[in-house]
Design a protein around this ligand. Structure first.
Ligand code: ZN
Length: 213
């Protein structure tokens, strides 16, 4: 995939593809722009102390967009679970918009590509909802059901696409569960191809080593 981290406008048109209801696309846009109220931003407004600004999920480091959506081990598990089911190899970009571009660079086509792209929106919006429920309603995140929630959301959204999808929601979720969403066989192995490794987070590769090598 062609990648240029200097050009953030690359991801603009990829947000507005009607893959998800508008409010979720707006939320995706806000996340990619880092305009959601993660604790690092609230700390800058002096509404939280540094101790209160730690990650809602792990409580170990400052809660930033990049951490809470990507690098936190809890969120990272969800990404890994989905990638493993799809046979994708996935590394940890430093920035959320880099991750978005990387995700869209997957070598897929047609309906399968739409589903894959939609997974990204479903994951980040669910992470944000779970995070907000933990912050404002003191609800413990139910990580074991996150992946099922993601699949259900992708299935629900896909039913609203213009394309004629010949499956009921139940069947669609079944197919997503079994990763057989198209008529043909799912490729045995898919790979996101990188032009360069310059932007990879070495720390993340070490932390999550073994994913790629
Ligand atoms: Zn964390």
């Amino acid at each position: 995939m062609k990648y240029n981290s200097e050009d953030h406008k690359q991801w603009f048109p990829l947000v507005w593809k009607n893959l998800a209801p508008p409010r979720y696309e707006v939320l995706l846009w806000a996340i990619l722009w880092k305009r959601v109220a993660t604790k690092d931003r609230v700390l800058k407004w002096k509404a939280l102390t540094p101790e209160e600004s730690l990650c809602t999920f792990c409580g170990e480091v400052l809660e930033t967009v990049n951490h809470v959506f990507l690098h936190c081990r809890f969120s990272w598990n969800i990404w890994n679970e989905i990638c493993a089911e799809w046979g994708m190899m996935w590394v940890c970009p430093l920035e959320i918009d880099d991750a978005f571009l990387l995700w869209h660079g997957a070598h897929l086509a047609g309906f399968e590509k739409q589903i894959w792209d939609t997974f990204f929106i479903a994951v980040v919006t669910i992470i944000w909802e779970v995070r907000n429920a933990a912050v404002f309603e003191l609800k413990d995140p139910s990580w074991s059901s996150m992946r099922d929630l993601v699949v259900l959301r992708v299935g629900l959204w896909s039913k609203a696409w213009k394309e004629n999808i010949p499956y009921s929601l139940e069947k669609m979720v079944d197919q997503l569960e079994s990763n057989k969403i198209v008529d043909g066989e799912v490729e045995a192995k898919r790979q996101i191809v990188y032009d360069s490794f310059d932007y990879l987070c070495v720390g993340c590769l070490l932390l999550y080593g073994g994913l790629l090598f």
